[in-house]
Unconditional design. Sequence first.
Length: 107
Amino acid sequence: MPADNLNTSGSRLALVTGASSGIGRAFARRLGADGCDLVVVGRRRDRLEELVAALPNVRVRPLVADLGTDAGVNAVADVCASEDLSMLVNNAGSSSCPPTRRASSFT
């Protein structure tokens, strides 16, 4: 499916990150069942393709991207800039926070 004009049907278009499993997959399935066209983002192509097959009544574009990398973030940013998104479900990412300290270390 071409990147441009994905949402030509007039339906809502949602981008869901972390869509290959867990909560992201559940969001994608629910939004698809509600009639939203989708851009589904995840690291595992095979799981994204399974999701596409499970949603035959809506347009689904899989985007393989690791949001822990600059290339992955840029790929998603490009879609966000070029598509008329109705919704973003930002369910993936990475953590680079330092370890938390025990509360007792503050007293």
